[in-house]
Design a protein around this ligand. Structure first.
Ligand code: SF4
Length: 295
C-alpha cells in the first residue's frame, strides 16, 4: 500500500466520538438487556451510540439479530436466523414506553426466509407501541421485502408516520456491496409504491466506498424523481476487517455542500454529515420537516 493510500484511510479527527460516560447511557443499556431487545445501534456498530443512548433514544431491531443477506458494508450478523419471537412486539413497546420515547424508529434484519419478509411483525410492533404510547410517532426503516408488493403494502397500511427505506449506496456500487443492480431499482420501486400509497418517504445512502460525484447526484436525482421527501447522507465506516474498505473520507464541508445540493433538488429535509445515519436524530428531522410544511 502506498503512503498516500495509508493517508487517505486514516480516520480524520471529525469522526472521533466520545466513549459513553453518562448515566443515561447505562440505564438505556440495562433497560434494553432487561427486555431482551436488539438494536441496530449495537448490531451495526453505529458510531453514534454514545450520543443517542445518552439522549435516551435507540433504534429497535426486530425479527431477530441475524440477516439472511450478505452485504459487504454491513456489520449485522449474517446466517440462518432463529425463529422469530412471538412476544417481540410487546417487548419493544414496553421498552419504548420505559424509555419515555415519543418518536420510535423500528428497523429489522432482512428475512428472506419468511414468506412476507417479516412485514407482519412491523405491523404488530407498530400496533403494540401505539397501544402503549398513544401520542407516539413511528418511523419504520424496512428491508425491500424481496419486491413483495403485498408485504410492503401491509406495512404502509399500518400508517407509520415516516416510511424509510435506504438505497444504501449509489447504483454503481451495488456489485461492490454484493447486491445486483436490479436491487437498486427494486429499492426505488419500494419507495415509489409507498409514496403512491400515501406515505411520507425517507431514504439514505452512505458515501465513501468509491462512488463518483456523478453517482451521488444520480442517486439524489433518482430519489427525487419518485418524490422521496427526506434524505440522509453519511460517511461509510468500515465496521470490521471483513467489510468493504473506506475509499474516501468526505469532509464536513463536502457534506454541507451535498446537503444544499439535495435541498435544491427538492427534498424537504436533508441530514448530511460524517456521522449521519438513517435514524440519527430522526425525531429532530421529523419535527423540522413538519415545521417546513407549516411555513
Ligand atoms: S444513529 Fe440510529 S443506529 Fe446509530 S446509535 Fe443513533 S439511533 Fe442507534
Amino acid at each position: 500500500m502506498s503512503s498516500s493510500e495509508l493517508q487517505i484511510k486514516k480516520k480524520p479527527s471529525w469522526l472521533k466520538v466520545k466513549f459513553p460516560s453518562h448515566q443515561n447511557f447505562f440505564q438505556v443499556s440495562n433497560l434494553l438487556k432487561e427486555h431482551n431487545i436488539h438494536t441496530i445501534c449495537q448490531s451495526a456498530k453505529c458510531p453514534n451510540i454514545s450520543e443517542c443512548w445518552t439522549h435516551r433514544t435507540a433504534t429497535f431491531l426486530i425479527l431477530g439479530d441475524t440477516c439472511t443477506r450478505n452485504c459487504t458494508f454491513c456489520a449485522v450478523k449474517k446466517g440462518t436466523p432463529s425463529p422469530y419471537s412471538e412476544d417481540e412486539a410487546s417487548r419493544v413497546a414496553e421498552a419504548a414506553s420505559s424509555m419515555g420515547l415519543l418518536y420510535v424508529v423500528i428497523t429489522s434484519v432482512t428475512r428472506d426466509d419468511l414468506s412476507d419478509g417479516g412485514a407482519f411483525l412491523f405491523v404488530k410492533t407498530i400496533k403494540a407501541i401505539r397501544l402503549k404510547i398513544p401520542l407516539v410517532k413511528i418511523e419504520v426503516l424496512t428491508p425491500d421485502f424481496n419486491g413483495d408488493d403485498e408485504a410492503l403494502m401491509t406495512v404502509v397500511a399500518a400508517k407509520p408516520d415516516i416510511f424509510n427505506h435506504n438505497v444504501e449506496v449509489p447504483e454503481s456500487l451495488y456489485p461492490a456491496i454484493n447486491r445486483l443492480n436490479e436491487n437498486y431499482r427494486g429499492s426505488l420501486k419500494v419507495l415509489e409504491r409507498a409514496k403512491e400509497f400515501g406515505a411520507i418517504t425517507k431514504s439514505g445512502m452512505m458515501i465513501g466506498m468509491g462512488e463518483s460525484s456523478e453517482d451521488i447526484l444520480h442517486t439524489v436525482s433518482d430519489l427525487r424523481r419518485i418524490r422521496c421527501n427526506l434524505l440522509t447522507i453519511g460517511q461509510y465506516l468500515q465496521p470490521s476487517r471483513n467489510n468493504a474498505p473506506v475509499i474516501k473520507y468526505y469532509s464536513p464541508l463536502e457534506f454541507e455542500q451535498l446537503r444544499k445540493i439535495a435541498l435544491d433538488f427538492g427534498f424537504e429535509e436533508v441530514e448530511a454529515g460524517p456521522l449521519v445515519r438513517s435514524s440519527y436524530r430522526a425525531h429532530r428531522m421529523y419535527t423540522s420537516f413538519l415545521e417546513t410544511r407549516i411555513h
